[in-house]
Design a protein around this ligand. Structure first.
Ligand code: HEM
Length: 516
C-alpha cells in the first residue's frame, strides 16, 4: 500500500466514523424525551414545580403517573427526576462517566461556597484534590481514628440532655457541630457562646437563603447577577453578596487559628493540621490554601446539619413509636449491660440499634431531593433521549417511599431491615440517603458512626418521652419539616430523663474523664 492509499484509507475511515456519530446522534435526538407533567409555553414548569411543600413527595406522586424517569423544563432547560433506586443506580452509578458533574451555581459561588467539594465541577483538578483528601481520611477504615471524638461527644450529649431535659434539638445540633469542628480543626466545643458554634451556625444559615442550588433565576441566567438589585429575578444575587462575608469567615477564621496554633506547636490532631503538615515547608499557593479551606469547611458544612437533622428525627421517632425505644433499650441492656456505656465494639451485637439508624435515614431522608448532578453527554436510557447538560435530580425522598420496596413506607419500622429468618421483613438497606456514583457523600462512614454512637448511648442512658401541656396532657408533636437543601424537622417539645441513677453516674463519670 502506498502512502497516498494509506492516507486515503485513514481519511475515509474518519469520515465514516463521523457520519456514524452524526446519524446515531440524530436518531437519538429523534427518540422521545422522558415524559412529564404538562408545563406552560416558554416558562415550562416554573410555576408548577413545588417550592413550599415537600417537593420529593410531589415528584413521587407525579412519578406514579409519568414513571420513574421524568422530565420537566424551566425556561427551556431540562431537568430529569429519577424516582427509583433502579433508575438512579443505572444512570448515576453505572454511567457515572457522564452523570457526575454539578450544574452551575452562581448564587452559591457569589456567597463564597465554590471552595466546597459539593459545588466543584467534576472535570477539574480541584475536584480530584478535594476528593483525595476525603478518600484518604474518611474512608471506612480512616474514620476509626475519630471514634474517640465521637464517643466523648456522645457522652457530653447525654450529660447535657440529662441536665437540660427539654432542649433536645439544640443539643443535638451542638453534638454534630462539636464533632465536625474537632475533626476538621481540632477544636472541642465546651460552651454555648463558643465562636465556632456562632460561625458554623451563621455559615449553615446561608443554605436557607440561597434557593435551590442550580435552579434560581440567577443560576439559569447568570447575566442577571450584573443587573441592579431592583431588577426582577436578581434578588438571590443581592442576598448572596450580603452573605459572602459570613461564608468567608466560616472558612477563614478556623484556618487562621489552626495555622497560628501550629506555629506555636499547640495544634490538636485534625484534618487541617494533618494536611498542612503533609505539605511541610512548601510555600502554599492561593489555590492550595483554598483547597485546604474547602476540605475543612466541607467537613463542617456537609456533616453538621445533615447529622443533626437525622438525630432530631430519632427523638421524634421514639416519641411516636415508644415500642421501638423499648426494644432498642432492651437490646442495649442485654448486650452492653447497665454498668458500662456502649462502644463501637458493641455494634455488631446490636442489630436492632443499627436498624433504628437505617430507618431514621429512610423515614425522612435529610437531603430529600439529593444534590443535583449534571450530564455531560447526550444519552439514551430505556429508549428515551436525555440531552447533554440536563440537570439530574435523584428523588431520594421518592425512593424512600417506594411501596414496591418498603412496606407501609410512611411508618417508622426498624424491623423492616431485619432478615425474615428472625422475624423481620428483609427489606434492603436504604443506601440512597447518601446519594450516588462519584458524587456519593464522602462523609457517609463518619456520619453513620456519629449517628450510631449517639443513638446507642441515648438508648443506654436516657428515656425520651412526650412533653405535657399545662393540663397534664401529653403533647403529640406533628411531623412537620422546614424544607431546603437539608430538610429539618420543626422544633418540637419532648422530655429527656436519665433511665436510672446508675446510668446518670456512669455518664457523669465518663464526662469527668474527658480531657480539657
Ligand atoms: C446523615 C448524614 C449525611 C447525609 C444524609 C448526607 C447526604 C449527602 C448527599 C445525599 C449528598 C449528595 C450526593 C450526590 O450528589 O449524589 C452528599 C454530598 C456530600 N456530603 Fe454528605 N451527608 C451526610 C453527612 C456528611 C458528612 C459527615 C460529611 C463530611 C464529613 C459530608 C460531606 C459531604 C460532601 C463534601 C458532599 C459533596 C460530595 C461531592 O459533591 O462530590 N456529608 N451528602
Amino acid at each position: 500500500m502506498t502512502l497516498a492509499e494509506g492516507c486515503l484509507g485513514a481519511v475515509s475511515t474518519g469520515v465514516a466514523i463521523c457520519l456514524l456519530y452524526y446519524f446515531i446522534g440524530n436518531s437519538a435526538r429523534r427518540l422521545p424525551l422522558p415524559p412529564g407533567p404538562p408545563g406552560d409555553p416558554i416558562i415550562g414548569h416554573l410555576r408548577s414545580l413545588p417550592q413550599e411543600n415537600e417537593p420529593g413527595k410531589v415528584y413521587h406522586e407525579w412519578a406514579k403517573k409519568y414513571g420513574d424517569v421524568m422530565r420537566v423544563t424551566i425556561l427551556g432547560r431540562s431537568m430529569i427526576i429519577l424516582g427509583s433506586q433502579q433508575a438512579a443506580t443505572d444512570l448515576l452509578e453505572k454511567r457515572r462517566g457522564i452523570y457526575s458533574d454539578r450544574p452551575d451555581t452562581p448564587v452559591y459561588d457569589i456567597m463564597g461556597w465554590s471552595v466546597n467539594l459539593v459545588f466543584t465541577k467534576y472535570a477539574s483538578t480541584r475536584f480530584r484534590k478535594l476528593k483525595r483528601v476525603f478518600q484518604q481520611t474518611l474512608s471506612q477504615n480512616g474514620c476509626v481514628q475519630f471514634q474517640q471524638t465521637q464517643i466523648e461527644n456522645a457522652h457530653i450529649l447525654v450529660n447535657d440532655l440529662m441536665k437540660n431535659k427539654g432542649d433536645y434539638v439544640y443539643l443535638i445540633g451542638r453534638y454534630s457541630t462539636s464533632i465536625s469542628m474537632r475533626i476538621a480543626y481540632g477544636h472541642q466545643i465546651r460552651s454555648d457562646d463558643d465562636e465556632y458554634i456562632k460561625i458554623g451556625t451563621e455559615g449553615a444559615n446561608s443554605f436557607l437563603v440561597g434557593g435551590t442550588p442550580g435552579a434560581t433565576m440567577i443560576d439559569l441566567f447568570p447575566i442577571l447577577k450584573h443587573f441592579p438589585a431592583w431588577f426582577p429575578g436578581t434578588h438571590y444575587a443581592e442576598t448572596a453578596r450580603t452573605w459572602k462575608p459570613v461564608v468567608d469567615r466560616m472558612h477563614n477564621y478556623p484556618y487562621d487559628v489552626v495555622r497560628e496554633e501550629m506555629a506555636r506547636g499547640l495544634a490538636k490532631p485534625c484534618i487541617l493540621a494533618a494536611e498542612l503538615q503533609r505539605r511541610g515547608e512548601q510555600v502554599l499557593s492561593d489555590e492550595d490554601v483554598s483547597v485546604l479551606k474547602g476540605v475543612a469547611g466541607a467537613v463542617h458544612a456537609g456533616g453538621t446539619e445533615t447529622t443533626s437533622a437525622s438525630l432530631a428525627l430519632f427523638a421524634m421517632a421514639m416519641l411516636l413509636y415508644p415500642e421501638c425505644q423499648k426494644r432498642g433499650q432492651e437490646e442495649v441492656d442485654r448486650v452492653v449491660g447497665r454498668d458500662r456505656l456502649p462502644t463501637f465494639e458493641d455494634k455488631s451485637s446490636l442489630p436492632y440499634v443499627s436498624c433504628i439508624v437505617q430507618e431514621i435515614l429512610r423515614w425522612h431522608p435529610s437531603v430529600p431531593s439529593g444534590v443535583a448532578h449534571r450530564s455531560t453527554e447526550d444519552d439514551i436510557y430505556r429508549g428515551m433521549f436525555i440531552p447533554k447538560g440536563s440537570v439530574v435530580i435523584p428523588n431520594i425522598r421518592g425512593i424512600s417511599l417506594d411501596e414496591n420496596v418498603y412496606k407501609n413506607p410512611t411508618d417508622f419500622n426498624p424491623n423492616r431491615f431485619l432478615p425474615k429468618s428472625v422475624g423481620g421483613n428483609g427489606e434492603p438497606v436504604f443506601s440512597a440517603a447518601f446519594g450516588f456514583g462519584r458524587r456519593i457523600c464522602p462523609g457517609k462512614y463518619l456520619a453513620l458512626r456519629s449517628v450510631w454512637i449517639a443513638v446507642a448511648t441515648m438508648l443506654s442512658t436516657v428515656h425520651i418521652t412526650k412533653a405535657k401541656d399545662k393540663h397534664g396532657n401529653e403533647i403529640v408533636p406533628p411531623l412537620e419539616f422546614e424544607h431546603g437543601l437539608i430538610s429539618h424537622i420543626k422544633n418540637f417539645p419532648c422530655n429527656v430523663s436519665a433511665r436510672s441513677e446508675t446510668a446518670h453516674n456512669l455518664v457523669v463519670d465518663a464526662v469527668g474523664y474527658i480531657d480539657g
